[in-house]
Design a protein around this ligand. Structure first.
Ligand code: PGA
Length: 259
């Protein structure tokens, strides 16, 4: 099963989010993609409107981040995992590079967010990736492994399941996606690290997604790499046609139909 996670970031108004979700649901009814897990991550305030559209369809909902606190309380400005569940979320992005860069999320915080997510039955999608400076200093592997271990080492295997998104920071929103062969290499590195942390079976159960300037013209080059089991898509996921093109092609060309 391939996963496509649509990260709508802060690109859309509530009305635009609702309309795009409605378009996706109508399209999905006509073109059911049974071997693709599509997860839409709107902004928190658009969540209920998007949930109303998504309803009982197979499209799932995710949040872009979550409060560190597992309990409700005095945390001004935060969204608790409880509310995300109530609003219909099943997934949550953790440690997205924009959260790390603009809001100071660290590996230790990401770890706490993962624990909170699991406690409230949200499937965490841990985002990791090197900056351009780290890449130039040949520190890609050290950065990726450090972030992975910092957030996961010592945790019990999440009952919710777990996904990892490899998103080189320099590739996000720049139009410069990573070379697919390099993505494959880093995905294998991540898979091996997951084997060390959780064992072979759990590592095999973990989707490792690629993200960073994915669009309808380049997405297939990533899926042709064996270790890439899905995509985290930002700006291209805010256009119905682009998102539909990618989901449909994955369904027809990359999944065994089990009707
Ligand atoms: P992008 O964003 O597809 O616009 O590069 C990806 C992400 O930040 O998740």
């Amino acid at each position: 099963m391939y996963k496509i996670i649509a990260n709508w970031k802060m690109y859309l108004t509530i009305r635009q989010s609702r309309e795009l979700a409605a378009q996706m649901v109508a399209w999905w009814k006509e073109t059911p993609c049974i071997n693709v897990d599509l997860v839409i991550c709107p902004s928190d305030i658009a969540m209920r409107d998007v949930a109303d559209q998504v309803g009982n369809s197979a499209i799932k909902l995710g949040a872009q981040t979550v409060s560190l606190s597992p309990t409700l309380g005095a945390f001004t400005g935060q969204t608790p995992a409880q509310q995300l569940r109530e609003a219909g979320c099943d997934y949550v992005l953790i440690g997205h590079s924009e959260q790390r860069r603009f809001y100071g999320v660290t590996d230790a915080m990401a770890r706490q967010q993962i624990q909170t997510a699991i406690q409230h039955r949200l499937h965490p999608v841990l985002c990791i990736g090197e900056t351009e400076a780290e890449r130039k200093a040949h520190r890609t592997d050290a950065t990726v492994l450090g972030q992975l271990q910092g957030a996961l080492q010592g945790l019990a295997w999440p009952t919710t399941g777990l996904s990892i998104a490899y998103e080189p920071v320099w590739a996000i929103g720049t139009g410069n996606a990573v070379d697919p062969k390099e993505a494959q290499r880093v995905h294998l590195l991540i898979k091996h690290a997951l084997q060390d942390i959780f064992g072979d079976m759990r590592a095999a159960d973990t989707s490792v997604l690629y993200g960073g300037s994915v669009n309808p013209d380049n997405f297939e080059s990533f899926l042709q790499e064996k270790a890439v089991s899905g995509l985290l898509v930002g700006s291209a996921s805010t256009k119905a046609e682009s998102l539909q093109t990618m989901v449909k092609r994955i369904q027809t060309d990359y999944c065994q139909v089990t009707l």
